[in-house]
Design a binder for this molecule. Sequence first.
Ligand code: PMP
Length: 375
Amino acid sequence: MSALAAKHKAINLGQGFPDFPCDRNLIASVNDAMLQNHNQYPPMIGIPELRNGIAKKIHSLHGHLYDADSEITITAGGTQGILTTVLCCVSPGDEVVIIEPAYDSYRPSIELAGGKAIAVSLNVLRDNQGRVSSYEIPWDQLKKVINSKTRLIMINTPHNPTGMVWQRSDLNKLAELVRGTNALILSDEVYEHMVYDGAQHESITRHPELVNRSFLISSFGKTYHVTGWKVGYVAAPAALTKEFRKIHQFNVFTVNTPMQFGLSQYLSEPKHYLNLPSYYQAKRDFFKAGLQKTGFKLLPTPGTYFQCVDYTGIKSPQNKLNEADFCTWLTTEVGVAAIPVSAFYEKPVESGVVRFCFAKQEQTLTEALNRLQNL
Ligand code: PMP
């Protein structure tokens, strides 16, 4: 969709990345690090300053204290953290439970490890006109598929693409399902600081029972508007981290040094991540207000920087198209790119829902809304 958007000069609300610059102070911190000659290999597990900062931050936000030396590893973004987690604990034939729609790296990572992806789909709830109104975790289905063969369960909150967030009660239900099994959990929380309306991000680290069997995945790219830097981290109990690092050492070895120094300095100021919910909530509300005037039905967005919409009620006849064709039409004819939610399923599930990214400057959102107004 990004290539199509570029070809047709469409506004790209498809791919999830900000179109505004990151804080210049963050760039200055990285620059300083380079000028101070922090340009050689860092320790394989990441520089202590950054790992200590992460441990402190998680402790202050969620009350769980990871040991920075034996439980936190700096990765080349969230995606590498996910792949390395899967490679370190999934062996050929192992079952890995994923919940679709799911981030597109999950299934290939499982297959690369020789594992078997067992996918369950979110329940799609509809209003009385048959339009999608929200999603629900499919607990009955999860109960059926989680058993002694389950090696890993991959969860994601706040959730890409739907924007839904897990509640404390959801973590409790998951804890019930895994009790008595050997299943490990990968908790993808790269959108951890994009939770709105005063709600709490229910990190796996807030659940003392689950955290003991979990890998926490996070990404600085999302939090500090630097998706191209590809720096993130994985936190997990020492025994799991030990296995993780056996793979990390040989598929990445180290993550670039000046970025780690720059990020560690920036991380020491909590306001840089504490201000994020209100910053993005304003963008969400601005975009939602504009979309209210169109024929799209807006789905709730309690988290992430994605807004999903049901297009089946818009005025144009294209409301009957499947999601991929609708996005192609929207990009080429209306001039705004979106992503079909069906792309996040292995076998596309057609719900008439597409995803917009609102991590954009107000000017970009305004121009996109102008183009969408007649729908
Ligand atoms: N998980 C989810 C759910 C994501 O949406 C993304 C980025 N699109 C990632 C992980 C990967 O993050 P990174 O860019 O740091 O690899």
